[in-house]
Design a protein around this ligand. Structure first.
Ligand SMILES: [Fe+2]
Length: 370
């Protein structure tokens, strides 16, 4: 039975990491298309073009690890309700965003910060291009289409051509987390911060493998998913961090520019893409940072309100894109870059691995049921 959640958060704000070094990470985040908002000896804060004062935070530590995710509460009374329910203090946020927050721990040990009253950043103006399509010729006559500095974005650096224009990240849109017990995780996010299930991931045996969940803001449309809680097949728990997904400021060209920027830069590891997801419908492109954590550029996702009921889908639908390359076997696992190729040498992609087994299993079960 549905119980009323302790609160209903409005959106996601930032992800928090602990890192052993900042310089390489700062370089990556610039290339990924974020802007440094603030830094001190112990922390770095990066923002997008949207109104969040920052969307990525890292503090200096002994390990490279994901700490957690922050969400935005609509009202201070939401913090009071969480404080009472979980017996945690409401504290003043001493970081540059200001306001107040409570910090909870989810079933997989992930810190969940719920914040209220943070400063809003001045958004950075972005001019969208008008696209001609097969159906609509919307662009003004006699006007040529140019992105950034057009062909001048290609610069010869040493002996290689580098595409200079990066994506312009707008905001953090979601995280994907690996769960030991997906039902416990889905229930926790539903009961604590009011997330609704958009898609339930159901294994061929009927067990839950996780879900795509969104904020409950009533009539107001929100992203199809603000979290994807998933128990990836396999014997070893890969750690809680799957990826963080950031919406780019403009559309497909913004995503594509970022792809060629990171690719021709030659320093970073491409994880998966470019394609269009089935669940959430967004176009995606995933890149690993120097510490082995994956970050996604996305654009053109589905927006849905609270009236849409949960949908049951198979893991097969999770792995399959509407179009795009197969997901690599390393997808969803954080690991040092050196290890990624070792894993991929054994199992090149999820179509050849677990999804093939699942598809066979599903077909056999369908035959039995006929
Ligand atoms: Fe994603």
């Amino acid at each position: 039975m549905m119980t009323e959640p302790v609160c209903k958060v409005a959106d996601i704000i930032y992800v928090r990491f602990e890192l052993t070094e900042f310089e390489e990470q700062k370089k990556y985040l610039h290339h990924f298309g974020m802007m440094l908002a603030h830094e001190d000896e112990n922390s770095i804060f990066f923002r997008g073009t949207g109104t969040s004062p920052y969307i990525y935070v890292a503090t200096k530590g002994d390990e490279n690890k994901y700490i957690g995710t922050a969400y935005k509460a609509n009202d201070y009374s939401d913090l009071e309700a969480l404080s009472k329910e979980f017996n945690v203090d409401i504290v003043e946020n001493t970081e540059p965003g200001g306001g107040y927050k409570v910090t909870l721990i989810d079933p997989d040990g992930i810190e969940v910060e719920v914040c209220h009253g943070m400063n809003q950043a001045e958004p950075v103006a972005v001019v969208s291009k008008v696209l001609n399509t097969g159906q609509s010729k919307a662009r003004e006559r006699n006007v040529v289409q140019r992105f950034g500095n057009a062909a001048d974005e290609w610069q010869l650096k040493g002996d290689k051509w580098v595409y200079e224009l990066s994506s312009k990240v707008k905001r953090l849109g979601h995280t994907a987390i690996n769960c030991r017990d997906p039902k416990a995780s889905v229930d926790w996010y539903a009961n604590t911060i009011g997330f609704l299930v958009s898609d339930n991931l159901v294994a061929p045996d009927g067990n839950s493998m996780g879900a795509f969940m969104r904020c409950n803001q009533g009539d107001k449309p929100v992203d199809h998913h603000t979290i994807n809680n998933i128990a990836l097949p396999g014997d070893n728990y890969p750690g809680p961090y799957g990826h963080a997904g950031y919406e780019v400021s403009d559309s497909v060209d913004d995503l594509m520019a970022g792809h060629y920027h990171l690719k021709t830069n030659g320093e970073y590891f491409h994880e998966w893409g470019i394609g269009r997801h089935l669940l959430g419908s967004q176009m995606y492109d995933y890149w690993r940072d120097p510490h082995g954590f994956t970050h996604e550029h996305w654009t053109d996702g589905d927006l849905i309100d609270a009236s849409v009921p949960a949908n049951d889908v198979s893991l097969f639908e999770f792995g399959k894109a509407q179009y795009g390359p197969p997901p690599p076997a390393t997808f969803g696992h954080s690991m040092p870059i050196e290890e990624v190729n070792k894993v991929r040498a054994e199992v090149p992609d999820l179509y050849e691995g677990v999804l093939k087994d699942l598809a066979k299993m599903q077909k056999e079960m369908e035959k039995e049921n006929d």
